[in-house]
Unconditional design. Structure first.
Length: 320
């Protein structure tokens, strides 16, 4: 079993989408294949960190938020329902919620039953998936049934805590998966299955890219966890075989990325990788001119790639 979470890009993806950077010259011309892989993985890790810093955490994670209401963040409706606007989105699954009078210290929590909770679907999802498309913000709030949050205690008279799974499911396949199989072992099952519906993701294994639909997930641990390593089940068998480079002597592990990121987020990752590659001295290839662009050769050109990424990521920024 591998340790840790997969980055949002992989070395194989960088080599397939090199926007003006000759990754074979990185970290320096003549570097060994193992050194090249290690340096490329470092770039992928930097890209992941930068994407999260610009938009808050993009990958699906368990998120707990606590706010007082009713007020701006938690509002009420005439029918008795309350709406808790979350900082993180899209909401894939509501795990739990509880409420307490805000005057109680420590809080005197009363659990809110799951059948009194639901996500507020503010956008359009891809067909057959719980994850929104790139054109939609997706669910960004939790609705709370009547009787739990109202104006009986005045403004901010209640303290409400909600736990959800939010973000875009991302994981790495860390065990060989042959064509036709419907079971994948991954490093993180978070968000792929919410108990009712599953997500649709893309396997980035150049040149064997394919889309898969998830219908179930099972944690490796026996405690019923909804995150961490485990297996996910597909609605139909794989079209191609996928062999991650894990446990290869003398070489860093390379998992195969399975991601629900909209294509624009993946594009932002490539732009950031190009930026980091250029400022770290990678050889500027002639790929840019081959695509009808001037090959990048200056710090200004490198910053242009970063600016393009920031423009994309600003659309996915979380609400603080």
């Amino acid at each position: 079993m591998t340790i840790g979470l997969s980055p949002y890009l992989t070395p194989a993806m960088l080599l397939e989408n090199n926007y003006g950077v000759d990754w074979s010259s990185f970290p320096k011309p003549g570097a060994s294949p193992a050194a090249q892989i290690s340096a490329q993985l470092a770039i992928c890790a930097e890209v992941t960190s930068e994407m999260d810093s610009l938009s808050l955490t993009l990958r699906a994670n368990i998120d707990t938020e606590t706010e007082q209401g009713p007020d701006f963040i938690i509002t009420t409706r005439a029918n008795g329902w309350a709406r808790f606007r979350l900082a993180n989105w899209p909401v894939l699954q509501v795990l739990s919620a509880q409420v307490s009078p805000s005057s109680a210290t420590p809080p005197n929590w009363t659990p809110i039953p799951l059948d009194s909770l639901m996500s507020d679907h503010a956008g359009i999802t891809l067909s057959g998936t719980i994850v929104p498309s790139g054109a939609s913000p997706g669910p960004s709030a939790v609705l709370i049934g009547p009787g739990y949050v109202n104006w009986a205690n005045g403004r901010n008279g209640y303290l409400v805590q909600v736990s959800t799974i939010t973000g875009f499911p991302v994981c790495g396949i860390d065990q060989t998966a042959l064509a036709g199989t419907t079971i994948l072992h991954v490093d993180d099952i978070t968000g792929w299955w919410n108990g009712v519906n599953g997500a649709t993701g893309t396997l980035y294994d150049p040149p064997y890219r394919e889309q898969v639909n998830i219908c179930c997930s099972t944690p490796d641990s026996a405690d019923g966890a909804v995150s961490g390593p485990g297996t996910i089940e597909l609605t139909q068998g794989l079209q191609f075989s996928h062999v991650p480079r894990v446990g290869v002597p003398g070489q860093a592990d390379q998992r195969i990325l399975l991601s629900t990121f909209p294509a624009t987020l993946i594009q932002a990752g490539f732009y950031l990788a190009t930026y980091y590659g250029l400022i770290r001295g990678a050889t500027g290839a002639v790929m840019g001119s081959a695509r009808g662009q001037a090959a990048p050769s200056s710090m200004k050109s490198a910053n242009d790639w970063h600016d393009r990424a920031v423009e994309i990521l600003s659309r996915f920024a979380r609400v603080l």
